[in-house]
Design a protein around this ligand. Sequence first.
Ligand code: GLV
Ligand code: MG
Length: 356
Amino acid sequence: MPHISPKDFFRPLAVGAPTPLREIPARPSRAIHFFDPSNEKMAAKVPGMVSTVDVLLGNLEDAVKADRKVAAREGLVRIAQETDFGPTQLWTRINALDSPWVLDDLTTLVPAIGHKLDVIMVPKVQGPEDIHYVDRILAQLEAKAGLERPILVHAILETARGVANVEEICGASPRMQGLSLGPADLAADRRMKTTRVGGGHPGYLVRQDPVDGDIEGPRGIFQQDLWHYTIARMVDACATHGIFPYYGPFGDIADVVACEDQFRNAFLLGCVGTWTLHPKQIAIANRVFAPSVADIRHARRVVAAMGDGTGAVMLDGKMEDDASLKQCLVMVELAEQLAAIDPELRAAYDAIEVDA
Ligand code: GLV
Ligand code: MG
């Protein structure tokens, strides 16, 4: 470990760069919706999507062909300059640090649209050194552009080395906003044997014991979540560092049911949002990554019943105490943040009647 004074951690990395944030704001980001800025049809839809989604992300990396990289970068600059994003955040995913495009991505985007960019997503992050590299360049570019607030950094966890270094990545810079799971690259890097982009696999299962020793007889099978281990590690690393974990892509656009399940697993484990690759996934993400009316009704009952927050009470035959109150407050706080930007949710939560 290099010696760093905690005081230096929050100093700007370039003279004149904005002061790093001490806390990453919890801005709603249920869906991070990917668009390809080099695709004119897709780009034309972006202004109409503002306010329908928490985050719009101009993707410059994978899924953009090599001969469209410059068009994507320039398209993003144009869209950002021409669009009023209102409460919707604007993010981008830059090219990988070992690619020939990334330096031009940064030196073009920050001066041109840095004041509109909330978060830069960095793919294939292997360790804290990758974050340090981006951190310093961003500070230099922000200083040169006269930006007043720091652009935040989000890392995709999609290599085995990245997973092994996940805590160090989260703690590498005060700019770190969060992590996303990159199941496709991660599967390839780990030499996993799934060719799907996220989601489960019918071969990854647990089988019920034979009944009466009948091995060939009917036995229930339960598919397991290939991504549970990695998401759980991400959640712990992010919570430790006060930043936010996200599920990544779910490639089977037609299978809205399995998509919803995968998103919900991530939500239940602690993720705050997910990527969406198609408009129909946005509605799923907005629904899944918000507490349900039933959750909030229960949470408010517990809050009301627990008074000063200490001791234990029985509600519907279940024990509630200081710790379960904290679980409920997680839900209530999230509901308040989401209600502040989503009038439909506000109406649904406001209509809840709590009988103590
Ligand atoms: C996302 O970038 C992935 O590789 O899954
Ligand atoms: Mg990837």
